[in-house]
Design a protein around this ligand. Sequence first.
Ligand code: F3S
Length: 298
Amino acid sequence: MSVVLAKSAGFCYGVRRAVELAERTAEEGRPCVMLGSIIHNKDVIARLAEKGLTAVERPEDVPEGSAVIIRSHGEGRTVYDQLRARGVEILDATCPNVTRIHQIVAQAEETGRQPVIVGTPDHPEVTAIAGWCSHPVVVSGAEELEKWLVQDEKRRNLPLTFVSQTTSTRKIWDDCVKKAKKECTNAEFFDTICGATSKRQEEAHRLAQQCSLMVVIGDGKSSNTKRLAEICRESCPDVRLIERAADLEPSALSQANVVGITAGASTPAWIIKEVYDKMSEENMEIEKSFAEMLEESI
Ligand code: F3S
């Protein structure tokens, strides 16, 4: 039995940057809160809470005199306005890839175009992008785009600017582009799927084809982790989405010949290592590169 770890498993650049900012701020000991959980990972949140850094849900909950960290998902324009009005210091960990989308949709509207956001409507990143538009349209995929277009025939001739949630899948985006190119007369497209996300998904897809068991590590609420599991299920018969090593059933491992491991963008290296250690306890042959990679990333 052998284990192969996807090279792209774990923290992406934007999440790492946000977590490092939060940890630095917590260690400085100055008054600070996070606006929403900085990442979808209970263990990381618990570690930050131990250092005195907790989350509030709304801008009006940020205590006076406290700094506030904006997470990598970003926030809408009104949230920044509300925070500035309260006079609190903003520590902005919005991922630069997400900031770029805010700029695209804001500029599109300024030039009279209609932004169309391809993504999960209630995902915080998507609601933040929508928060940079006065009349956002959000579609979860080509089917919803079709429904929106047929509601009013004039929409096919509107100047439309398409952007994607950074963690959407290539297929969802490509299907929307195909439909819009076929049915709309004035559409432009900004492929804003994050490179780190595409790489992680492509690697998971390739790995899943070679494995009898895929272990996807990440928080059950993390949309990029759930998407990774979906992608793996397309080509692997047994996919386990776990949050931590304790969730891994030894009986699942005993049936498998080749086990693949990948992890969502919010999964820290120490949790990946715990899973690795648990597999070692099961006397599995671990690929050398796996251990080396963990050493580098912790
Ligand atoms: Fe940024 Fe991509 Fe991560 S958009 S937050 S680097 S998934």
